[in-house]
Design a protein around this ligand. Structure first.
Ligand SMILES: [Zn+2]
Length: 336
């Protein structure tokens, strides 16, 4: 059916006789995308309640890993089993109405529809299925689950190829810029999609841009992201988090720049107090915004935290930095 979109667009262009009518997706694109197995194709159960479909376009893509074993079985049968296993887990254990993610990609490079109607909505280019893959992002993003655990190893070649094709197709259909591809951890305190796959996202954005004939746009204006901190990490961004934790009522945390057990239990209590989705001792995309937004920050804490991540000799920024400023400083301090 991916071919259909192209054929149809080709037909429209042929009739109109000019590409100037096509504002977006760009005429250079018309990207067909990979073959996608729909829910019936992999034997999905019926959804238990009505799937919410809204008349709006998602504005970003979230990349996940399934945190399942890195299996060697690259067959279509294995892909179908994976999709069914995830659906069973989401419906029977989580109590969701269907699979949480919009799409799934197997290690063998098979792309499967996740939640029902996701494929239909994608083909329309105008509608979005409400997913259940990242609270707060489910109505504005497309969630793609990639089979495997990518904490210390790269995805298979077939998986990677389908992921970039799928991202390009989603970007094309919905008019999403290739820069707007994120990892789950950008929004939550989670290891997902693994350090290695997360580290490959800049390459993914760039390759997606190239596939769309928009080379260079994947790296153009790239928003900074929150660093994911955990034991036994050390450095300036850890120190900044420590200052902010102290301000949040955890004076037992010393601002020494080392993420140790005392800090970890403080993070867990902070997460429990603030009602984050996970209470796991990781400082990621959900805890950072809460940490930097504390009213207690007035008491010189912001200055101390800022000082920890501001390069020596750099001009001091505003007293109450925006989230974007925090992200930029923390990212630079983490990668320096
Ligand atoms: Zn995830």
């Amino acid at each position: 059916m991916g071919r259909w979109a192209v054929t149809r667009r080709g037909l429209i262009l042929g009739v109109a006789g000019t590409a100037a009518l096509t504002a977006w997706p760009s005429p250079a694109a018309g990207f067909a995308g990979p073959d996608i197995v729909d829910c019936d194709g992999w034997g999905a159960r019926p959804n238990s309640r009505i799937v919410n479909v809204v008349n709006q376009r998602p504005v970003k893509i979230l990349v996940h890993h399934t945190a399942t074993p890195n299996v060697d079985d690259l067959s279509r049968a294995a892909a179908d089993r994976l999709a069914r296993g995830i659906q069973d887990f989401h419906m029977d254990r989580r109590g969701w109405l269907d699979s949480g993610q919009h799409f799934t990609i197997s290690r063998g490079g098979f792309v499967l529809e996740g939640r029902r109607r996701s494929l239909e909505a994608l083909r329309s280019g105008r509608k979005q299925v409400e997913g259940a893959h990242c609270t707060g992002q489910n109505l504005v993003s497309i969630g793609i689950e990639n089979e495997g655990t990518y904490t210390d190893t790269e995805p298979t070649g077939p998986l990677w190829d389908r992921l970039r094709e799928m991202c390009a197709y989603v970007c094309d259909r919905y008019g999403i810029a290739p820069t707007e591809i994120f990892g789950h951890r950008d929004f939550k305190d989670t290891l997902c999609p693994g350090d290695v796959l997360y580290g490959m996202l800049p390459r993914l954005r760039s390759e997606v841009a190239t596939l769309l004939g928009r080379r260079g746009e994947g790296t153009a204006v790239r928003a900074a992201s929150w660093p994911l901190l955990r034991m036994p990490r050390s450095g300036p961004s850890v120190q900044a988090a420590q200052h902010l934790l102290r301000a949040a009522g955890h004076p037992e945390v010393s601002a020494d720049g080392d993420f140790g057990p005392v800090m970890e239990s403080a993070v867990r209590r902070f997460q429990a107090d603030r009602g984050t989705e996970e209470v796991n001792g990781l400082v990621g995309g959900e805890s950072w915004p809460l940490l930097v937004a504390q009213p207690e920050n007035a008491d010189g804490v912001v200055a101390a935290a800022l000082a920890a991540v501001t390069p020596r000799g750099a001009e001091a920024g505003p007293d109450t930095p925006t989230e974007e400023t925090w992200k930029r400083l923390l990212t630079e301090a983490t990668t320096a």
